[in-house]
Every structure is written in structure tokens, then in C-alpha cells.
Design a protein around this ligand. Structure first.
Ligand SMILES: [Ca+2]
Ligand SMILES: [Ca+2]
Length: 104
């Protein structure tokens, strides 16, 4: 009984001194494989997980390279409004020209 109490007290003390998230030799995946991103791995060092190693992190979306740079599942999504705005502007220009020509 006394030994159990002493053991519990020691474990509690050890845990309070140094919180352990993992054990030596453990690894776990991190990041994603969506778009340009590549999953990496975290490695356990001294009871704590390392940063994500060996992966490719998201970057700002480049609009015309055919790659999902920010890894949100949509490729070149910043292009979606540009053609719509250009076509709308041209249509308004033509309609205004016709209305002026017709005397409205
Ligand atoms: Ca994207
Ligand atoms: Ca892109």
C-alpha cells in the first residue's frame, strides 16, 4: 500500500515537472496531400513533437499556373471573377453604345 502511494506520488511529480506528449521513436503524419501540398511527419524528441518535417506547406494561390497552391481543393480559383467582369463590362459598353446610337 505504502509502495503504491509512493509510486503514484512519484509519477505525479514526474508528470508535473515535464509533461510528456510522446515517447522516443514515435512518429505521426502532418500536413495534407491536397493540391501542391505534401504531407510530412512529426518526430518525438524529448517527449515533445517536432515541427512538421519533409512536407510542403500551402502558399499563396498563383492564379494562372494550373496548381492548387494554397491546398484548399480549388485550382486557380482567383481567376473565376476576372472573365465575368470583362464580359460584363464589354456587354454594358455595347448596350450603352446601342442606346446612344438609337437616341435613348
Ligand atoms: Ca486553391
Ligand atoms: Ca494556382
Amino acid at each position: 500500500m505504502a509502495l503504491s502511494v509512493a509510486l503514484i506520488a512519484f509519477v505525479s511529480f514526474a508528470a508535473s515537472v515535464h509533461a510528456i506528449d510522446c515517447f522516443k521513436g514515435q512518429t505521426r503524419p502532418c500536413g495534407s496531400n491536397i493540391g501542391a501540398c505534401q504531407a510530412g511527419v512529426r518526430v518525438c524528441h524529448d517527449g515533445n513533437w517536432s515541427d512538421c518535417i519533409g512536407g510542403t506547406l500551402p502558399s499563396d494561390e498563383i492564379c494562372d499556373n494550373g496548381i492548387d497552391d494554397d491546398c484548399d481543393g480549388a485550382t486557380d480559383e482567383c481567376l473565376t471573377f476576372a472573365p465575368v467582369l470583362i464580359i460584363t463590362g464589354l456587354l454594358l459598353f455595347v448596350i450603352m453604345g446601342l442606346l446612344i446610337k438609337l437616341g435613348f
